[in-house]
Design a protein around this ligand. Structure first.
Ligand SMILES: Cc1ncc(COP(=O)(O)O)c(C=O)c1O
Length: 406
């Protein structure tokens, strides 16, 4: 009998399966609205112009690019990332209450946070609460680290808006001192974020119940086009005195998908605790990956540290965000023109890279099989995959399935 005979087949990852199906489809009309990667109007990956400049700078580095960074990562990245998340005037940075470690993109940051929390959470049996729905990998990461995972209500599936009453009720009803995973901005998969006032309500309930905030920030700059506005929730929680963790990814907002560049930030209430917290995060990193990779960190670090490149980056993101908004409004307008049954305003109202269309699994299947249009089974589309050449086709295909095409 094989040593591996007790290994069951793992459930397929929805997004990866979709991307395999889409790659294998050679139809001329194919539209891939699955993966959340930024595309240009020709459907090709868009390399940010500022990253092209950073590439030239890094290539001319006289010290070469193959040096080992050492545990903790590249200081230019970790310090720049700290300012980006917490703001230039952050009390937590000024009072030296933050430790930042470089990670393998946002996924690695989530995993280091999950393992750290499993070892040190108080109480030891605290569960981690995730939004319903959330990024599919959250549950997998948290369970792999050994956490009990529970859900709080988030999406109102009738209006495709935020179920703030349900969310607050679930955070209130949870036992005290639980860990609450929150999307900092541009919620994946729904494209629905709390307003500033709703974030304050969330903070009120979390404070009342002693919950610990664990922010996942994978799309800073994608919600409003402004990195500072998109950090509102995190900065609010810090200003209100919460201790917290933030997982940060540069995959989307710098277009560094393949470089796997990210950070994990820990904010403590007391600077004296940073020494022990950082020693444990360094140990976890050392035990799993030693240290994250250098090249993407140098690119992102260069952009974050150079005021001129930083301004250019903000401009690039503004451009991305305007294009996504135009595509959202374009899709809504076309569906309205076609008289497609249903209220499609939510597509324009939602934010970030993703939208919840409200289409059903059977409708999603017909769109894929008959129209070569790829979206996840829950009806989520990556708006970044729309462009001026495919948007009419997408609207007509959606119109057909909504009217009952099978
Ligand atoms: C909510 C959320 N968190 C984290 C990630 C991790 O991204 P990456 O590991 O590519 O940085 C993603 C990517 O899809 C995401 O949507």
């Amino acid at each position: 009998m094989s040593y591996f005979s007790n290994v069951p087949q793992a459930p397929a990852d929805g997004i990866l399966k979709l991307s395999v199906l889409s790659k294998a489809d050679s139809d001329a009309n194919k539209v891939d609205l699955g993966v959340g990667a930024y595309r240009d109007d020709n459907g090709k990956p868009w390399v940010l112009p500022v990253i092209r400049t950073a590439e030239q700078r890094v290539a001319s580095d006289p010290n070469g690019n193959h040096e080992y960074l050492g545990v903790g990562g590249l200081p230019a990245l970790t310090s720049g990332a700290q300012t980006l998340i917490f703001g230039p005037d952050s009390p937590a940075i000024r009072e030296k209450r933050v430790y930042t470690i470089q990670t393998i993109s946002g996924t690695g940051a989530n995993m280091v946070a999950a393992v750290f929390l499993k070892q040190f959470k108080q109480p030891a049996d605290a569960a981690v609460y995730i939004s319903k729905p959330t990024w599919g990998n959250h549950r997998s990461i948290l369970q792999t680290a050994g956490h009990e995972v529970r859900e709080y209500r988030y999406c109102n599936y009738d209006t495709l808006g935020l179920d703030i009453a349900g969310m607050l009720a679930d955070l209130r009803a949870a036992p005290r001192n639980q860990i609450i995973l929150l999307h900092a901005c541009a919620h994946n998969p729904t494209g629905i974020d709390p307003t500033e006032q709703q974030w304050q309500q969330i903070a009120d309930v979390m404070e009342e119940r002693g919950h610990f905030p664990f922010f996942d920030c994978a799309y800073q700059g994608f919600a409003t086009g402004d990195v500072d506005k998109d950090a509102y929730a995190i900065r609010l929680f810090v200003a209100r005195g919460f201790e917290l963790l933030v997982a940060e990814s540069f995959a989307k907002n710098m277009g560094l998908y393949g470089e796997r560049t990210g950070c994990l930030h820990a904010v403590t209430g007391d600077s004296a605790l940073v020494a022990s917290v950082s020693s444990q995060l360094n140990r976890l990193s050392r035990a799993t990956i030693s240290t994250a990779s250098a090249y993407g960190a140098k690119l992102a670090g260069t952009v974050l540290q150079d005021p001129e490149l930083y301004r250019e980056w903000v401009g690039n993101m503004g451009e991305m965000s305007r294009r996504i908004k135009a595509m959202r409004e374009g899709l809504r307008d076309r569906l309205r023109e076609l008289g497609t049954p249903g209220d499609w305003d939510h597509v324009a109202r939602q934010i970030g890279m993703f939208s919840f269309t409200g289409l059903s699994k059977p409708q999603v299947d017909v769109l894929r099989e008959k129209y070569h249009l790829y979206m996840t089974d829950d009806g989520r589309i990556s708006v970044a995959g729309l462009n001026s050449r495919n948007i009419d086709y997408v609207a007509r295909a959606i119109d057909a399935v909504v009217r009952g095409d099978r």
